[in-house]
Structure formats: C-alpha cells, structure tokens
Ligand binder design. Structure first.
Ligand SMILES: C[S@@+](CC[C@H](N)C(=O)[O-])C[C@H]1O[C@@H](n2cnc3c(N)ncnc32)[C@H](O)[C@@H]1O
Length: 371
C-alpha cells in the first residue's frame, strides 16, 4: 500500500465511512488514479491531467471526480469514496457474490467490488465510458468484472445475481433488477424531494417491493425510463435565480441550528409529507435547502436548518403554513431520522418500461440503531 492510499483510507474513516477491514483493504489496494487516466474536471472547470502537479494527491481525496461533461453538465464521474463505502457496506457483499452494477462510470466501484471478492457485471449507457472503464480495469489488472454497454433499465439480460448496486440517480427500481438480483438488496439512489437518498430495496419483480433508507446523497440522474415522471414525483431541483424573493414567516426555533444530517432528516420528512418538496437555492441568501415549490415554480416556502420558515410568490401564505406544519409534525414525531421510514414502492412510470417508485411511507415502530 502506498502512503498516499494509507492516508486516503484514514481520511475516509475520519469522514465517517464505515470501513470493515475488507473494505479498508479494498480502498488501499485499488489504484484510483488508473480509473481517471484521462483526468478529471476541477471545481473551477479546468481539467486536471495525469502527471500534472498535485494530480495524485487530488485523486486520493474524499471527493467526486467528474470525468465527462456534456456542455456544463457532468455525465460521468467517480463518486465520492466515503459515499461509495456506505453503499458498499449496505450491499453486504461477500466473496463469491455475483453483483449487478448499473452505471460503470470509471470502473473504480466495480474494481472495489472485485477486491471484495465479488463477480461483477457493470452496465453503462455510454459506449465510450464503458470502453474506458474496460481499459482501466485491464490496466489495473482487475479480474472478475465484465462491462457491457446498454440502458441499465434492462439490467444484464440472461444473467442472475445475488445483489445489485446502482451508482446513478433514478426515479425508481427496474423490475428487471428485481428479477435478476435475488435475494438482494438492491442499493439504489432514488429521487426524493430534489435529492437521491440511497435505498436498500427488497422485493419480487411483480411486488411487493419495500425499502429503507441507507443514507442521503446527490447523484447525477440516469438517462432513459429510469427517470420517468410518476404521480409521486417531486418537482425537479430549482435552478439558481428562478425563485421570487422570500420573506420570513416564522422566526428560528433551534439554536444551534440542525446539523447537516438532522437537516437532511427533516428534508426527507418534508418530501414524505409534501409532493411539492424539492431542492432550491434561495434568492439573496447564500442558502440552499428544502423548498415547497408552488405550482408556478417561482415561489413557495423554504424551511431553514434553524427551523425558520420563509415564503414568497403568489401563494406565500398557503405554502408558509404548510411548511410550518411540516416542522411541527417532524418535531412532534421525535425528529425521525430518514432511516426510520419504511417505504412501500408501486409500479409506475412509463407503461412500456415501468419502474417501482416510492409511494407510501410509515415510521417503523422499532427505531433502528442510529450510528
Ligand atoms: C456517477 S457515474 C458512475 C460511477 C461509477 N460506478 C464509478 O465507480 O466510477 C454514473 C454513470 O451512470 C451512467 N448512466 C446514466 N444513465 C444510465 C442508464 N440508463 N443505464 C446505465 N448507465 C447509465 C452514466 O453514463 C455514468 O457513467
């Protein structure tokens, strides 16, 4: 193990990644730099190329590495490693398991799975991305991973798996994954209130299908029927500058404000209780968070981490009241974590290519042990 990778593993641990000895060994063994052989885009939009000063240090940070853009939109990346660790832990993968991965991207996650002893078939919709992933896996000497090109909605036709992991944001679960990957789980980031909480999904292709939340996340969205709209879809995240001015409705109620995890829990509950909850940046404030978006898409109400509510637009009073009720309800329920919800999924979306999407939620009677 290089010092760089040893420090990388320590950093992941400090950032709260649940590293079993096997997972720590996998992160220490797989050379992430070989999976970004053509470089990645820095936050300022410039490209970091292999061989440039600081390239390897940047690769071994707990950060997303964007590897392909279409205009200004990221269309492929290596995900944040601490998030990958949480998802891999949720997958409960062991030596000899057969794993379906949707979203091959750089191939790095598939290489980690192989280092954990799994056999992997990974699907990517972009042929050039799949080809680069194959080349990277070969360069790193990884065995036991097959990369195929196609829309991940179909999974890997003709193959069967023990579990599946989806590394791109979707609106619901393909019945093909449920048919191919048993007993599961299927670990998958599913749209909810403008973000992608990662779910552990179990069920049969014809149902019933249920899920619990593993962790919050924000992924790029999948192409094709996996992101079809459905009756329980929340509005898309609101671009900066689209909202009217918001004015205070109620003052702060928490000092100090909620930390980022508790705020995500409140945000999740807002998505359960309002079909209008989504992610937005507020005008004139350096804040982005959960907003109940009005039907015009220009106003509504925001809930801030200190519990205050702001509202704006033509229906400010109505949306402001709804937002206050959500905060009251979350408080009265004992501030449930997103991991306390039991989710029932329903078959919906494109009738030609249906998906199982979250449709009903209840709080589990037993509080799961929260880390
Ligand atoms: C965040 S990247 C995946 C990260 C990857 N697992 C890694 O370790 O680098 C998401 C990938 O999903 C792919 N994707 C988007 N829509 C898809 C679809 N419908 N089917 C399969 N792959 C898809 C994109 O081409 C992109 O490469």
């Amino acid at each position: 193990m290089t010092d760089l990778r040893r420090r990388f593993v320590e950093q992941l641990r400090r950032n709260g990644a649940p590293l079993t000895p096997e997972l720590a060994a996998a992160f220490a063994a797989v050379p992430r730099e070989l999976f970004v052989a053509e470089g990645f885009q820095r936050r300022d939009g410039s490209w970091a190329r292999p061989g440039a000063a600081g390239f390897r240090d940047a690769v071994y940070r707990d950060d997303v590495l964007v590897t392909k853009v279409d205009g200004r939109v990221a269309v492929s990346s290596s995900s944040q490693p601490s998030l990958m660790a949480i998802m891999l832990e949720g997958l409960e993968v062991g030596p000899g398991d057969r794993v379906l991965e949707i979203g091959a991207g750089t191939g790095y996650n598939a290489a980690l799975l192989a280092a954990l002893g799994a056999w992997v078939t990974s699907v990517d919709v972009q042929a050039d991305v799949a080809e680069r992933a194959r080349a990277a896996l070969a360069a790193a000497g990884v065995e036991g991973v097959r990369v195929i090109t196609g829309d991940g909605y179909a999974g890997a036709p003709g193959e069967t798996f023990d579990r599946a992991i989806v590394t791109v944001g979707v609106a619901g679960v393909s019945p093909h994954w449920l048919a191919q990957a048993q007993p599961g789980p299927i670990v998958v980031p599913v749209e909810h209130a403008g973000t992608h909480p990662v779910l552990a999904v179990h069920g049969a292709p014809r149902g019933p299908v249920t899920a619990t939340v593993i962790c919050p996340s924000g992924f790029m969205s999948a192409a094709g029927p996996l992101t079809a709209a459905h009756p329980r879809s929340h509005p898309h995240p609101v671009p900066t500058g689209a909202l009217a001015a918001f004015a205070p409705v109620t003052p702060p109620r928490w000092d100090p404000p909620l930390g980022s995890y508790a705020y995500r829990d409140l945000w999740y509950a807002a998505g359960v209780w309002s079909g209008r909850a989504t992610h937005a940046a507020l005008p004139d404030r350096d804040v982005s968070g959960v907003v109940l978006l009005d039907e015009q898409g220009a106003g509504g109400a925001a809930i801030l981490p200190d519990g205050s509510v702001l509202a704006g637009g033509d229906q400010a009073a109505e949306y402001g009241d709804q937002a206050v009720l959500i905060v009251d309800r979350w408080e009265a329920a004992g501030r449930p974590s997103m991991r306390e919800w039991q989710i029932t999924l329903q078959l919906t979306g494109d009738p030609q290519a249906p998906i199982w999407a979250p449709a009903a939620w209840s709080l589990r009677p037993e509080r799961p042990e929260l880390a």
